[in-house]
Design a protein around this ligand. Structure first.
Ligand SMILES: Nc1ncnc2c1ncn2[C@@H]1O[C@H](COP(=O)(O)OP(=O)(O)OP(=O)(O)O)[C@@H](O)[C@H]1O
Length: 519
């Protein structure tokens, strides 16, 4: 017996694939390539797959590999398996199906099936994404829902509920970030996380697609995050990610698959669109009219509510979104997962920004933007030096810890000045304000309706109004007047503008005019 056959359960089938190498050396023209493995780990697979002109079926497949016999045989088996298969059948193929196609693989060689399944999933996701430019299916399935699955308990239960409701669910996971320094196990957007989500979707009986959005995420989320830190602002990367990266790509894919709706595991609700109001006279300074459509409403579980993170979504996107968890509490979600015997029922919550997993913010800034320690002065409101710090980018307005200045009263960060690398500190009374300037405001309804504002993700909404009661539309600058003073508002953060528990607009907190650095 040859050494390679020890890896398999069906030596004959294994030998057949090893010898025939079905699809080897072919790279279908216009196809999408998925790569898995690295030379460093010994095995690299490049699998290329082309869809037919409808974008619904595999037309051709080919591969190249520098790998062990088990991996070469698995590539051949997969080539045979997916040739001429419908897109969503291929989306049901994971490592177990690859191993089955070879008649089984020993535990020691199962990695071959995982590697080839990874390459296949990458190729399939890229092909499906490219096909998003094609017209949607002529006869779209009536109740299809695309579900955004991160591999956590929330999106797994969202998929479960969507499947119970529509019976026709396709799962998608986004690969957003790869950083060798990261702890891939703890991140919801690494290659490991994608593989975990795929296995979970398959276990739930759902076809699964992977979209590689690493470039878009880097340009649209990580770069602005780094730039904002360098500019002394406190960014909201999750708002950007939800608003501009994740959902746009997933809605395009939903179109391609003929899915009318996209469900996610966010805790939020949708308030149906009101009847269209008669066109009002355009507001002074309003650059564009408001978009009509549904609005976001706070989730039933106030502690889990994620409307702040979703506030920048356009009403047109919201019209296609479903939040199956919006009326549930987290314990109810976990109970549903346990009842359905989902292996993620007690999986821990994701804690920090997904791309930081296992890395501190300061290490990340140093590694990716060269924003290293830069000693500077801590000054009081009068400009007198009262201490020292290691870089303004490590501070945010309202921060108390880490100032390292001994004083009679606790001191807080009042503002930071990136130009002079100074951090201005003062007492809580000096920090308190009832006026918050905002820029880039987008009001979906008249500003007079705003009666509450949320200034941080985990903060309570505060009674407030928008000065001048501006009309619906976009506004370069506005001022929010709070009923009670707040302990500072951090420039760069989102201000979520609410009418009761409905989000009717959003804006970015600005620096007070007198403290804005010269442009
Ligand atoms: N990488 C991803 N791919 C696809 N969908 C994602 C991804 N990351 C997040 N989502 C979607 O966005 C929702 C909210 O994401 P968030 O990062 O807040 O995760 P979460 O609250 O930890 O949820 P989960 O328990 O599902 O991981 C998820 O429930 C999921 O529907």
């Amino acid at each position: 017996m040859r050494a390679s056959t020890l890896a398999c359960v069906d030596p004959e089938l294994f030998e057949h694939h090893l010898a025939s190498a079905h699809g080897r050396g072919r790279a279908p023209e216009g196809g999408a390539t998925g790569v898995a493995g690295t030379r460093l780990c010994g095995d690299v697979v490049r699998l290329t797959l082309a869809l037919d002109p409808s974008g619904q079926r595999v037309a051709e497949v080919g591969w190249e590999a520098e790998a062990c016999g088990a991996t070469l045989a698995a590539c051949s088996a997969v080539s045979e398996l997916v040739a001429d298969a419908p897109l969503l059948d291929v989306a049901r193929i994971g490592a177990h199906q690859v191993a089955d196609a070879l008649g089984g693989l020993s535990a020691g060689k199962f990695h071959a099936a995982e590697l080839v399944a990874d390459a296949l999933a990458r190729a399939l996701g890229t092909a499906a994404r490219a096909a998003a430019a094609l017209p949607p299916p002529a006869a779209p399935p009536p109740h299809r829902t695309l579900v955004a699955m991160s591999g956590g308990v929330d999106s797994a239960v969202a998929a479960l509920l969507a499947a119970r409701e529509s019976g026709d669910v396709v799962a998608v996971t986004l690969e957003l970030w790869a950083d060798e320094q990261n702890d891939g196990e703890r991140s919801c957007c690494s290659a490991q996380a994608v593989r975990f989500a795929r296995a979970l979707a398959h276990r739930m009986g759902l076809p699964h697609l992977t979209l590689d959005l690493r470039e878009e995420f880097s340009a649209g989320v990580v770069t602005p995050f780094l730039d904002d830190h360098a500019a002394g602002l406190t960014p909201n990367p999750c708002v950007r990610c939800n608003g501009h990266v994740r959902l746009d790509a997933m809605l395009e894919l939903a179109d391609r698959l003929g899915a009318a709706t996209l469900a996610t595991g966010h805790y939020a609700r949708v308030e149906p669109a009101e009847p269209v109001e008669p066109a009002a006279a355009p507001a002074e300074h309003a650059a564009a009219p408001a978009e009509h459509g549904p609005l976001l409403r706070a989730a039933a579980d106030a502690w889990k509510d994620q409307t702040y993170m979703l506030a920048a979504l356009a009403p047109a996107s919201l019209a296609r979104l479903r939040f199956p968890l919006g009326d549930l509490t987290k314990p109810q979600v976990r109970a549903l997962a346990a009842e359905a015997e989902l292996p993620v029922a007690s999986k821990a919550e994701s804690q920090d920004l997904c791309f930081l997993a296992g890395t501190s913010r300061s290490e990340f800034l140093a590694r990716h933007a060269g924003i290293a320690q830069r000693p500077g002065e801590v000054v009081d409101a009068a400009g007198d030096v009262i201490g020292a710090h290691t870089g303004h980018h490590g501070f945010t307005v309202g921060q108390r810890r880490g100032l390292g200045v001994a004083a009679e009263e606790p001191l807080y960060v009042l503002r930071t000045d990136p130009a002079s690398n100074r951090v201005v500190a003062g007492t809580r009374a000096q920090l308190a304000t009832t006026s918050v300037p905002v820029r880039g405001a987008r009001l979906h309804r008249d500003g007079a309706r705003v009666d509450r504002v949320k200034l941080r993700y985990r903060a309570k909404p505060l009674p407030a109004r928008v000065v001048g009661a501006p009309a619906a539309g976009t506004h370069r600058r506005l001022e929010i007047a709070l009923e009670e003073p707040v302990d500072g508002a951090a420039p760069g953060q989102l201000a979520c503008l609410m009418d009761g528990d409905v989000v009717i607009g959003w804006a970015t907190i600005d620096r007070p005019a007198a403290t804005a650095p010269a442009q």
